[in-house]
Design a protein around this ligand. Structure first.
Ligand code: 13P
Length: 287
């Protein structure tokens, strides 16, 4: 059964570890993440971006697939199905479709509008027992080939959004989606510390988990980060293993073209990446 991310994240914040959000892109991805979480006895959050939602034939298809897998694979660890960087409309659609958690990313709105929309969603999610993630200070990344520095959130604005009663809060602290550029300045721990001082028990979310050095991850967790999002790193691992399989000519041997064989190495690479992250984040045996 899907659960809200509230309890798992409050436990993580109190226990000084982080729960991984792993974005899913297809059936193999979802199965790989769920099986690894179960093997490691770790809570897990499955992230779905609006784009990935369309690619996987809509939110109801995803809810059906994830619930089916939890059942068929005998998954007993806590699993939250979470909309990643949702628009206001997207969040409403996911709530209707049966997601157990949503993110409303109002970081591009003026703060007053971000507050108004987030507040409305807090009420809806509270009624239904769902968790809600809000965002302040947008996260940098590559757009049309231009790599922007990660934006840094204003701790006072973080406090204003946290006080609305959201479950978890994403705040820009110089983090970026995708690969980090050579000249990346690193995470702003002073900002993170100031945000945590003002928001107290609120679980903080670190986006752009791909490529952040282990020491920075550990320091971020010690300063209140309890949810870390990873997407690109699993994609890179999957693509690399699949390319090696094909370059070695394995798809041309016997029934190597069968997708069950063709995608097996890539799927294993996702599992290995998820395992490495869960160990680094400290969520192993915290189910
Ligand atoms: P990466 O793709 O950089 O791992 O970021 C994932 C993320 O933050 C999803 O919201």
């Amino acid at each position: 059964m899907l659960v809200s991310a509230k309890e798992m994240l409050q436990k993580a914040k109190a226990g000084k570890y982080a729960v991984g959000q792993f974005n899913i892109n297809n059936l193999e991805w979802t199965k790989a993440v769920l099986q690894t979480a179960q093997e490691l006895n770790s809570p897990v959050i499955l992230g779905v971006s609006e784009g990935a939602g369309k690619y996987m034939c809509g939110y109801t298809t995803i809810v059906g697939m994830v619930n089916g897998m939890i059942n068929e694979l005998g998954i007993t660890v806590p699993v939250a199905l979470h909309l990643d960087h949702g628009s206001y409309e997207g969040a409403k659609k996911c709530i209707e479709a049966g997601f157990s958690s949503v993110m409303f990313d109002g970081s591009h709105y003026p703060i007053e509008e971000n507050i108004a929309k987030t507040k409305e969603l807090v009420e809806t999610c509270d009624k239904l027992g769902l968790s809600l993630e809000a965002e302040v200070g947008s996260i940098g990344g590559e757009e049309d080939g231009v790599i922007g520095a990660g934006e840094v959130a204003d701790p006072k604005e973080c406090k204003m959004i946290a006080d609305l009663g959201v479950t978890m809060l994403a705040a820009g602290i110089g983090n970026i989606h995708g690969k980090y550029p050579e000249n990346w300045a690193g995470l702003s721990f002073d900002t993170l510390d100031a945000i945590q001082q003002l928001t107290g028990d609120m679980p903080l979310v670190l986006h752009g988990g791909t490529g952040i050095p282990a020491e920075m991850i550990k320091k971020a967790i010690s300063l209140g980060v309890s949810k870390i999002n990873v997407n690109t790193e699993c994609q890179l691992a999957f693509a690399d293993a699949t390319r090696k399989y094909i370059e070695a000519g394995k798809d041309l041997q016997g029934k190597g073209f069968d997708p069950r064989k063709l995608l097996a190495d890539g799927t294993q690479a996702i599992k290995d990446t998820v395992k490495e992250k869960m160990e680094l984040f400290g969520s192993v045996n915290k189910a």
